[in-house]
Design a protein around this ligand. Sequence first.
Ligand SMILES: [Zn+2]
Length: 145
Amino acid sequence: MGVDAMTLEQASVLRQRAGRLVAEVHHLEIIMLARDGLVRGSLIERPKFCGKAGCKCTRGQAHPSGLYLSRLEAGVARPRFIRAADREQVVRGAEAYHAFRTALRRWRAVSKELSELWDEIGKAREKEYPFPAPFLGGKDGVSGD
Ligand SMILES: [Zn+2]
């Protein structure tokens, strides 16, 4: 009886944990199912050097900061200047990209945790057969048939 009660309580705690993780997985999947385009890379703000002959930037005076999309190409970071006209779309795409990657990383971790949790829940829910003799005399006593 003590063992059964323990197992039931344990199963209930495991189920609550699983329920929270299932809800989180669902939330992450909604993020990953979105339709907007993803722009791979990191947004960085830095002074602009156009490098045109005779420009003040070639004498060390940078132009105002510009927004760049930096991404690894063959292992090397390649910042690319984002034109003003593309700025909004690139920023949105880069943010969506990061949201997607973050969600996917978390999804993998939660899925692994859930996979182990389902085994534990399965074990906690197992009943031995033959069933132990019913406890007689409690107020929830067995209904006779
Ligand atoms: Zn310049």
